[in-house]
Design a protein around this ligand. Sequence first.
Ligand code: ATP
Ligand code: MG
Length: 217
Amino acid sequence: MKYGLCGCRDWTTMSGAFSSLKYKNVKHCSTHPKFLHSNSTSHRWAFGAIAELIDNAIDPDVNASQFCIDLKEFNNEPCLVLMDNGCGLNPERLHKMLSFGHSKKQMTPGDRSIGKHGNGFKSGTMRLGKDVLVLTKCAVSMTTGFLSQTFLAAVGAEDILIPLVTWDLHRMSPKHADIEESLQAICTYSIFPDEASILAQLDAIPGTGTVSLTKAV
Ligand SMILES: Nc1ncnc2c1ncn2[C@@H]1O[C@H](COP(=O)(O)OP(=O)(O)OP(=O)(O)O)[C@@H](O)[C@H]1O
Ligand SMILES: [Mg+2]
């Protein structure tokens, strides 16, 4: 399985399953990058956007006991840092989190999750800033994913690309072209200019958990 620069509609290749072989020639829905901003306008104020991330952290599938909000400087850029100590995500789950509508919450009777629609992370983070870099560590891997209006506008994207890079806990990353492209995109358009500075942030996550970083505006 490959992880790297993934288009939102590329999900079928990630999951290895295609739900309707019968209609394999029918066009896919595509999502223009402008939708990231449109979708965020459902939050009238920033606290509603932050609440989306708190809801995610305390939902039973993540089960965080702590959620911290901080303002930090990285390379002279003030950044809003939102961090939980939940279970973290593997690359496949992070790809779903940065895509739309992939929620497994409230599908079973008695599920007490707050989330439901598979949209809150995207609407919330895109209300707080134009770009979000997610750094996440789970029991077996460390992964970063970048949802960035700045990157998508700069490359003239007509669809939403999600640069995604994963390492095992020994800091080894699969040597695939998509990983290389993703790393290049993240190092060019995020606040971290190289792999070492991204790994330093992942190393700083104690145990498992997820950090979302967005430039303060
Ligand atoms: N902090 C986190 N740690 C681990 N997984 C997370 C975290 N935040 C979100 N996720 C995963 O990403 C998915 C998408 O999150 P998102 O907030 O977009 O949708 P949702 O919570 O499922 O539904 P809603 O739109 O109602 O909030 C979640 O279903 C969850 O599996
Ligand atoms: Mg949510």
